[in-house]
Design a protein around this ligand. Sequence first.
Ligand SMILES: Nc1ncnc2c1ncn2[C@@H]1O[C@H](COP(=O)(O)OP(=O)(O)O)[C@@H](O)[C@H]1O
Ligand SMILES: [Mg+2]
Length: 324
Amino acid sequence: MARSDKVSRDAGIEVIGLVRRFKDVEAVAGIDLTISPGEIYGFLGPNGAGKSTTVHMLTTLLPPSAGRATVAGFDVVKQGSKVRASIGAALQEAALDPFLTGREHLRLGASLHGIRGTERKQLIERLLERVGLTTAGDRKVRTYSGGMKRRLDLALALIHDPSILFLDEPTTGLDPQSRSALWTEVARLAREEGVTVFLTTQYLEEADVLADRVGIIDHGHIVAEGTPGDLKAQIGKSTVEVVPENHDELGRLRELLLRFGEETAARPGAFAVQLNGKGELPSVIRALDTESLRAAEINLHQPTLDDVFLAKTGRTLEGAEEQA
Ligand SMILES: Nc1ncnc2c1ncn2[C@@H]1O[C@H](COP(=O)(O)OP(=O)(O)O)[C@@H](O)[C@H]1O
Ligand SMILES: [Mg+2]
């Protein structure tokens, strides 16, 4: 996928056999990851899958039980302070003070990074504008909506111009508008500024829209990995639905389509099958033509990441969330 060539940021994330146990729970059960600089990596999984535990280890908040990880080229165990200097993180439990304003948070954050004076002032205004909080900047955080808090959190994570950004479920609980505004900003950071983004999510759509590559984690194991397109092509099957021009021919259509796949749900007046193989659609169209079966409508439904999750875990992502 297109990546910025304006900025070169040297190293991404390397993880080998990373494990984290909590007493009897193996929250992360030996995962491997290779994430290139400038890439947006979507870490997708239901509640309790091990996403936050992974983020906590990669951001040096939690020591691994086993395995190794380097972030921006630095070892998370042996070079913790160098890792921390290279990363920004917006975690699930945002540490915002309800009695401080947005500007005050940023002023504090900038000071902690040794940024002062005019430079600090300009930086704060730039960040507030970037996340759309300029007018709300002097309001106390306790008056902020969930989306505004998330955006302030993102601004705080960006203060020291990190080369790698960790976002743990950044859009959970946000309305669709705030969600897409955040997506736009995350995509811009990666494309224009070459920032590597490690983003966890429970939303298939988010991973699909935003991520260059997706890793699906379930019970501490990575069960699938690839570009959203690759994953869908690998596992998911396309569905073709045909509406015959003449309703009386529904029976004949049924017979024809069943040669190409298994019956699946269709609208009234239509028949649909889940295609056995890839690239079967042209054969279906040829068969309709050869057998003079006229179609009023032909719809092809591409597989979704949900199909991938189902194929790998035997559960739907939504169902898995409810269980947790
Ligand atoms: N501090 C902790 N102590 C004990 N168990 C934990 C702790 N943190 C997480 N876990 C457990 O580890 C598993 C993974 O949790 P987590 O990484 O938070 O999942 P996710 O972020 O994908 O929802 C869960 O079973 C959770 O209950
Ligand atoms: Mg979590």
